[in-house]
Design a protein around this ligand. Sequence first.
Ligand code: G3P
Ligand code: CA
Length: 272
Amino acid sequence: MSPRISGTSSNSKNDFILIAHRGASYDAPENTFEAFDLALELGFDNFETDIQLTSDGVAVLVHDDTLDRTTDATGRVSDTGIARIKSLNAGLWFEGPADSAGINGPLAYPEAFVPTLDDFLERYAGKAHVHLELKSRQPELASVAMKSLKKWGWLDQHTGDSIAPGLTISSFHIDQLKRSIALMPNIAHGWLLQKVDNSSLEEAVAVGLSGIYPIAGKVTQKQISDANRAGLVVRTWGIANSKAALKRAYRSGAVGTTVDWPAKAREILASM
Ligand code: G3P
Ligand code: CA
């Protein structure tokens, strides 16, 4: 049987959703407009991204605690002001792979910069379902995100079902999820963790989460059926370069997964 695979606005909510992780981040520099635009071009309108706050309280799209790996600067994001972050290059570090679905070779994306959450929400309003990860533990992060989401009209769309346009909020930090749910009770929230067990299921239900997100390489059918029985949606993460993890996520019954190379994942699943 061919898997149902999707990433476009024609999705049914029963499809296996391929979420472009930090954008099409195998093919273009992660968490930049270049990576999200490429995801859309390839037919994937579900994006995952990471936010944290600058020293002056602006939400920016950066995954690591520091700027070292993905920009031409060093230092902690939380110690750096927005004016400095806006001046940085976020594409020079990236070399497009030989089999890129985008541009290959060194200096493939020399103009990429670090978007603010406002930049991002304005650009993709009405175009994508965003899986927004509250990356840091900064106590103000959820309320800063809420203000931006409200400003750009993201709080009144599909929530949790991966239909675009829409929004789902995630985090590894349960305290961050509690804060976010208190501020945005109508938005679907999911907990990123290593694996689903009884105590995480109990906590997820008690907190009011609608999803639970185990790592793909360890997920089992039992974890998913237990979560579903508790009323929780399961999608996975952490595919890295593993085709086996992708197939495991699909076969286990998850509704979808984040993946750095959604176009390649679509081909792999179509050939199963
Ligand atoms: O899909 C969630 C995933 O992004 C979590 O891991 O480290 O890539 O943010 P990380
Ligand atoms: Ca993430």
